[in-house]
Design a protein around this ligand. Sequence first.
Ligand code: HEM
Length: 403
Amino acid sequence: MRAVAEEPFTFNPFDPEHRRDPYALFARARREHPVFRHDGLPVSSVFLHADCQAILRDPKTWSSMFPTPPGFAPEDVPRSMLVTDPPEHARLRGLVSQAFTPKRVRELVPRIEAIAQQLLDDALARREVDLVDALTYPLPVIVIAEMIGVPAEDRARFKTWSDALVAPLGSIFFAEPSQEMIDEQRRIRAELEEYFVRLVEDRRRSPKDDLLTGLVQAELEGSRLAFDELLAMLILLLVAGNETTTNLIGNAALELLAHPDALTAVRADPSLTAAAVEEVLRFSSPIQMDPRIATRDVTVQDVTIPAGEFALCWIGSANRDGTVFERADTFDVRREKQSHLAFGFGPHYCLGASLATLEAEIAVRVLLQRTRRFARVDQEPLPLHPSIVFRGVTRLPVRLEPA
Ligand code: HEM
């Protein structure tokens, strides 16, 4: 047999084939190019767990303060906690962190459970549903809308805004934004601002017991929160919490369908649900990439990333790193030790991690409890999330058989 020479390594995160199944290429990257410089761009991709973790834990060397992309004005891109560095970062995060502690989140169990049951009632009445539409999108958005204090009935509008805001995420590192994209982003932000301004004015007049009221009070004290920071926070919470958790629940459904033994095991023993969700976070990470910018010249492996250039930490690859996870490519709902980076690492570690995990656990548990069987309607390839930052599908038609 003739040996087939392997193609020279290259990494194009936009390649649709790669996006559907990135893991073979990630494995080769970890072996041959653990840090890959993208030709002609101020961008390097980082694939090893240890390197991603080291970058994310060190905000002095690796900043989250990205420059305003070409074509945008600074006021187009309001600064949320996600894109600030310490000590600014702690001030912004501190304003809302109390609402997301594991203890506070646990108090939400009955409400999340009730929402999930209601969504399953509606879905089972129809039998054949798009699971995204019926469960994975509405559950997290209703929960966060109620926490913030915005009407959950407006969720179709949140989805339009949120989809439009996140679609271009990640592409900014590889190409200058088109004028069309800039105009679209400006339009969405203006609509969101108009929407929230009215709610903020309402809470100034009549405070309630919700996150919005807490933020408005911090803003009234003036020194703690500027108005544009308040808006950035509301947009971040509404967007960050939804896209990602929707993908987590959808990826959980897909992995359980792809691994019938795991599905049988979790059905037989619902106490495995928490570990199953952790394994989905590792195995099919809803956020695939977490970017940083170098504040000085830094050498990672044997590649020097100059000050001002970007490092893209590929969480999706780090979470399959065989030096950290035994049988890294095996989906194992009984895995005990988890040190995945699905929620990031260090000071920006996901604020909503407890909430997202709880929502996914409840969604999976209720879905399995209420159905005897659930299955894909057909085997057509499912539409992928448009942004390279995310892993997930935007539509998941399933047939449900009631328990
Ligand atoms: C499966 C679901 C989720 C995943 C995979 C996820 C993932 C992440 C990741 C990787 C980061 C780190 C970003 C960075 O390093 O710059 C992050 C940050 C963040 N997440 Fe999540 N997230 C999820 C759900 C949520 C939810 C439900 C909320 C809140 C409602 C939320 C709110 C945030 C916020 C506010 C930050 C910024 C934290 C900071 O900058 O200090 N996330 N998330």
